[in-house]
Design a protein around this ligand. Structure first.
Ligand code: C2E
Ligand code: MG
Ligand code: MG
Length: 741
């Protein structure tokens, strides 16, 4: 048992003993003379029934019982001892009654209640006696003021003593402070004691001064008032219960409403969440590449923008933008199929992603183009070093559908500097540098300003070229092709010139490559074909001697990607009425070899039109001999570079000799380009080269000048002294013998 429990126990027993002593003393001093029927009835009523007559004070936990009033009446009329005994027994009986009703009260508590009643009433009685002398005397014959004072003192004292005991035991039981219990449970009871004392005073005075009959009437009226009040309170309770029920119903409805609202809010939140997610998805799609999942060009540009902003504030931050393009991707796509091409892109994306550091960015633009941002580099060398790493990483072949695929990549690098305002500009420069790298067969190139200047010039050239067609600034020049055996005119090669308003005549090597790159070559070719065919028809009409005149026209390799080129040529033949057997199309060796199979098909179609075909610049490309005999061609044109440097016994001389021998084996004609000296002419004639073309005979000339050449076909007869076919044949024999040695 704890110390506190022990104290409580001690306190309880002390109270019990003191209560018992107080009761004993009261019984001992009981005024036996006052015992009569009215006291017996009064006592019985007080002890056994008074506690039933109780009313709860509205909105409090307090019950107004008339037992307190009756104890006060007993005190005023019959004296203190009667009041103590009555209070004790009434308290005992009421507690017993609670126990009977099932409220758990320990027997000891039951007696403790009796003891408290006995002690507090005893204390009140003795306090009143101390303050007012005889209580009964003041009640009977004292002044009304004294009587009122005594009633007040009685109420206060009884309240005070009772509440002290109750709070003391309540605090020790509930582990709360004395004041807490007093304030919570007892303070409000003051009103009961005051009301009890006032009613007791009223009854006492009535009892003393008025006839018993009237008292009974007063009691009856009081009972009536009591019952009416009780009825009224019950009504009040019922109304309150109804109101409470209505309130509860309203509360429930409000709760339901709140639940519905909550549900609605939840749904809204869900919709919001879905909206946010779908916005995220859209954002992702808008900024990412579908195949690789890498950021796309938009994302890349946005990232550059952010970096440019940052570098405006921190001028020492450097970053590199790299533009990457796979080499020969088209070939892989065409030969292995598009899904294999996609796989290759995926593999490359993975390797590149594995190479970059955190904070860098890999993006895929389209097709075989990628972009990389290298963040926070200290110098250009960092980017160059990184480009080397990419090259090495791509050296290992990729395995796609069981096949090993090799690829390489061309990289253009642009480093940010204060000149760059737009993200697009820095990306454009990386792109230009990449083209340079590709063009020069380099792995990478770092952008410099001259590249940009050239790119701008090219762009300008392209625009000007479009205008040139519209303004009729293009010209067809004609260079004669000579039969070397007879030294007579065989035909012409049509060569394009551009009569530039500022620059004068622009040679084809300046604009043909640009036209090829932009596919503008197609309308250009059709234009010169139309022009030269019409010119040939005109010349042929002029004289029957021109009937067998040939016209050679250059056909760019770019045309092989145009499936309708054959149709267009057929249409030009029809339009101009030219004899197709007088037409010869020159295709460069490299263009033919680039896409041999499709070229063969197209050449066959052209051949079917009756057109002759020639391989231009022969010897500069890498003709595969296995292909050569499959090409439906008529002529090999020996490149100028071999002719211009051929000397007796030199390597180039050997090459020319071999080409001529090859042509003979394949039953092809041979034309030698770029004959500038008589010596070269002699050599070629000795080697048996059939045809020649070069400045020695004539430069390419406008149609009017070509007309003059036509009128004098044999003008070159005198170029070679003692020219006669027999001496050539002699020489040929001799050369053969000599070479054989
Ligand atoms: P190509 O088809 O091999 O034409 C021969 C080029 O050699 C011509 O240059 C011609 O002027 C030049 N040439 C001829 N004899 C000599 C010589 O003795 N010495 C020197 N140094 N050069 C000589 P041109 O006219 O400047 O044309 C260059 C190239 O441009 C042509 O080479 C051809 O590939 C291309 N080209 C010219 N016109 C056209 C065209 O209408 N269409 C296409 N696709 N290409 C054209
Ligand atoms: Mg040519
Ligand atoms: Mg040529």
């Amino acid at each position: 048992m704890t110390k506190k429990a022990k104290i409580i126990e001690l306190l309880a027993w002390t109270t019990l003993l003191l209560g018992l002593a107080a009761l004993g003393l009261s019984i001992y001093q009981f005024p036996l003379g006052k015992i009569d029927l009215s006291l017996v009835v009064f006592t019985l009523f007080t002890v056994f029934f008074s506690s039933y007559l109780q009313i709860q004070i509205p909105r409090t936990k307090l019950y107004f019982t008339i037992s307190d009033t009756l104890v006060f009446i007993a005190l005023l009329i019959y004296g203190g001892e009667v009041a103590i005994v009555l209070a004790t027994f009434e308290s005992l009986f009421t507690s017993l009654n609670f126990k009977r009703k099932g409220i758990s009260i320990k027997t000891k508590t039951l007696f403790l209640n009796g003891a408290i009643a006995a002690l507090s009433t005893t204390a009140t009685v003795y306090l009143l006696r101390y303050l007012f002398g005889s209580v009964s005397a003041i009640a009977e014959s004292g002044t009304l003021t004294n009587f009122a004072k005594m009633l007040c003192a009685m109420a206060l004292a009884q309240f005070l003593f009772n509440s002290i005991f109750v709070s003391m035991f309540g605090a020790s039981k509930n582990n709360k402070s004395f004041w807490e219990i007093w304030y919570e449970n007892c303070f409000n009871a003051l009103i009961i004691y005051v009301a009890g004392a006032v009613s007791a005073g009223f009854f006492t005075k009535s009892f003393q001064q008025i006839e018993p009959f009237l008292i009974m009437a007063t009691t009856g009226v009081s009972a009536l008032i009591y019952l009416t009040y009780r009825h009224y309170l019950n009504d009040l309770k019922a109304t309150a219960a109804k109101a409470e029920q209505a309130e509860r119903a309203r509360a429930e409805q409000a709760e339901r409403h709140i639940e519905e609202l909550q549900h609605y809010i939840n749904e809204q939140e869900l919709t919001g969440q879905e909206l946010r997610e779908s916005r995220e998805r859209f954002r992702h799609v808008a900024f990412h590449d579908g195949l690789t999942g890498l950021p796309n060009r938009n994302y890349f540009i946005e990232s550059i923008k952010t970096l440019l902003e940052k570098s405006k504030q921190q001028t020492d931050t450097k970053f590199a933008v790299m533009f990457l393009d796979l080499n020969r991707f088209k070939t892989i796509n065409d030969s292995l199929g598009h899904s294999a091409g996609d796989r290759l892109i995926l593999h490359v994306a993975k390797r590149l992603s594995a190479l970059v550091r955190e904070g860098d960015l890999v993006a895929r633009f389209s097709g075989d183009e990628f972009g990389i941002i290298l963040n926070d580099i200290s110098a250009v060398e960092d980017a160059v070093h990184f480009a080397g790493m990419i090259r090495r990483k791509l050296l290992t072949p990729f395995t796609i559908t069981g096949k090993q695929v090799f690829t390489s990549i061309s990289i253009g690098i642009a480093i940010n500097d204060s000149r760059y305002e737009n993200a697009e500009d820095i990306l454009r420069d990386a792109d230009i540098a990449m083209y340079y790298a590709k063009d020069r067969n380099k792995d990478f190139m770092v952008f410099d300003q001259t590249m940009h200047t050239r790119a701008v010039t090219l762009l300008q050239l392209e625009t000007d070229l479009r205008h040139a067609v519209e303004r009729d600034e293009l010209l067809a020049y004609y260079q004669p092709i000579i039969d070397l055996a007879t030294m007579s005119l065989k035909g012409f090669e049509a060569l394009m010139r551009w009569q530039h308003p500022q620059r004068g005549i622009v040679p084809p090597y300046e604009f043909i490559p640009v036209a090829e790159e932009t596919n503008f070559i197609v309308p250009l070719t059709l234009w010169i074909m139309q022009k030269s065919c019409a010119q040939l028809v005109e010349w042929q009409k002029r004289s029957p001697l021109n009937k067998s005149l040939m016209m050679s026209i250059n056909l760019s390799g770019k045309h092989f990607a145009q499936p309708d080129i054959v149709e267009q040529i057929r249409w030009i033949i029809q339009e101009t009425g030219v004899d197709p057997s007088c037409l010869k199309l020159e295709i460069t060796e490299s263009a033919i070899m680039e896409n041999a199979e499709t070229t063969i098909m197209m050449l066959k179609q052209l051949r079917a039109l009756g057109i002759r075909l020639s391989i231009d610049d022969f010897g500069t490309g890498y003709s595969s001999l296995s292909y050569l005999h499959r090409f439906p061609i008529d002529t090999l044109k020996v490149d100028r570079s071999f002719v211009s440097t051929m000397e007796d016994g030199s390597e180039n001389g050997e090459i020319v000799r071999t080409i001529i021998a090859l042509a003979k084996t394949l039953s092809l004609d041979v034309v030698a380009e770029g004959i500038e000296t008589i010596h070269q002419l002699h050599q070629l004639r000795i080697l048996g080269c059939e045809y020649g073309q070069g400045y020695l005979f004539s430069r390419p000339v406008p149609a009017e000048d070509a007309q003059a050449i036509l009128d004098d076909k044999m003008r070159w007869q005198n170029v070679i002294p003692n020219n006669n076919p027999a001496s050539v044949a002699q020489n040929r024999e001799f050369t053969h013998l000599r070479l054989a040695n």
